[in-house]
Design a protein around this ligand. Structure first.
Ligand code: ADP
Length: 397
């Protein structure tokens, strides 16, 4: 069976067509600038690259073009759309309703709309993506796979905020956590690489990309994660501030006369390593500025980032009563040996000893600890699309 995985953003869309016989990705693509001038689809399949530059008014237009690209006689990878057995949609927020993936029906659509309140930037785009696919492939089953679902196993002590309890019961204010499919994928893979049952392991997974989150996984379940009610909580990220003293927000709103929208923009888009360095949100640019140009603020941004990751690792080891493996994934986690080295330095007290020569690796699933390290350290490239495709297949079978 072939499964189409769709990840709809507000103005972009990523997709992959996966052959589930061997879990091979047949084609992957990105549609950018949907509803804007200069919209473009780029599809890669084996050695072929196919670019379509065409006006796309909305996500329905974009998905129409994706399907056309997949069956294109020169660049396509399937003969017709009946070869697509199901579509798996990445949905950012499932609230407390979904602790796992589900086949989309009217009730699910209603619940997704309700969850939009919790993820106003993401869920509406995800809903549009499902509707567009349903319109073009009415008899193909659709499955919703949630970023939040994996973290629904967190205990109350981890997800309740010290605020008036009614904010939880009446308004849904609690920790939800994100990047669930990624944390699940790399933790399963780590257990496989260790030759152990995940039910016997204590793992800390570090998804370090533009958005970053860290999760404590005990006996195969997420018991604590760094992102919270929204993806803003936790470590400092590319442009997000992560956890700060909440009183700062009230103070700067008063001092700088900022509206809620402006302060929201400041915390989500102008902070993090971009805010500290003033250079970029991209770690490659910051590393270059710090190491080649001796830029102090760029170095400080890197140091603050790795310091915060280290603090989470320490606290999660305390929460689980130990750690068997630390796993690095996503853009930065997979590709920056220097970041991994900085984070791991000083973690020897947890039994985690990095092998600096094994650590000189990018984008490959490998063990990077020394032979005698009690705690394993891994680099594992994430594959959120594959988790979505596997869940989709399992549900429609
Ligand atoms: P997201 O999915 O959250 O947008 P990614 O997981 O793709 O993000 O990660 C993007 C981040 O990874 C960027 O900040 C980028 O600089 C960083 N990154 C990618 N490759 C490298 C590299 N070779 N060295 C350092 N950082 C890298």
């Amino acid at each position: 069976m072939k499964i189409l995985v769709i990840n709809c953003g507000s103005s972009s869309l990523k997709y992959q067509l996966i052959n589930m016989e061997n879990e091979e990705c047949l084609a992957l693509g990105l549609v950018e600038r949907i509803g804007m001038e200069g919209s473009k689809l780029t599809q890669k399949a084996k050695d072929d690259k196919y670019i379509i530059e065409e006006a796309m008014r909305d996500h329905t237009d974009a998905i129409k073009l994706v399907l056309e690209a997949l069956i294109d006689c020169d660049h396509g990878v399937i003969k017709d759309l009946t070869e697509i057995g199901a579509v798996g949609h990445r949905i950012v927020h499932g609230g407390e309703k979904y602790a796992g993936s589900v086949i989309v029906n009217d009730e699910v659509m209603k619940n997704l709309k309700e969850c939009s309140k919790l993820a106003p930037l993401h869920n509406p785009a995800n809903i549009i993506g499902i509707n567009a696919c349903k319109a073009l492939m009415p008899s193909t089953p659709m499955v919703a796979v949630f970023d939040t679902a994996f973290h629904q196993t967190m205990p109350e002590v981890a997800y309740i905020y010290p605020l008036p309890y009614e904010l939880y019961t009446k308004n849904g204010v609690r920790k939800y956590g994100f990047h669930g499919t990624s944390h699940k994928y790399v933790s399963d893979k780590a257990a496989e690489m260790m030759g152990k049952d995940i039910k016997d392991l204590k793992l800390i997974t570090c998804h370090l990309g533009n958005g970053s989150s860290i999760t404590a996984i005990k006996n195969g379940e997420s018991i604590e994660t760094s992102m919270g009610f929204t993806p803003l909580e936790g470590i400092a990220m590319g442009t997000r501030c992560g956890s700060i003293d909440p009183a700062i927000i009230i103070y700067i709103m008063q001092e700088l006369n900022l509206t809620v929208y402006e302060v929201n923009d400041l915390m989500n888009k102008k902070s993090g390593v971009l805010g500290i360095s003033g250079v970029s949100s991209d770690f490659r640019d910051i590393e270059k500025a710090a190491w080649e140009d001796g830029n102090h603020r760029a170095q400080l941004a890197l140091d603050i980032f790795t310091y915060k990751v280290k603090k989470f690792i320490g606290s999660y080891a305390a929460v689980m009563g130990g750690v068997d493996a630390i796993i690095f994934t996503a853009g930065l986690g997979e590709n920056s040996p220097e970041t991994r080295e900085d984070i791991c330095s000083g973690l020897e007290f947890l039994g985690a000893v990095l092998d600096k020569s094994k650590n000189k690796v990018r984008g490959k699933a490998v063990e990077i600890n020394t032979e005698d390290s009690k705690t394993k350290i891994f680099v594992i490239p994430t594959n959120e699309e594959l988790v979505i495709a596997r869940d989709t297949q399992a549900l429609i079978k």
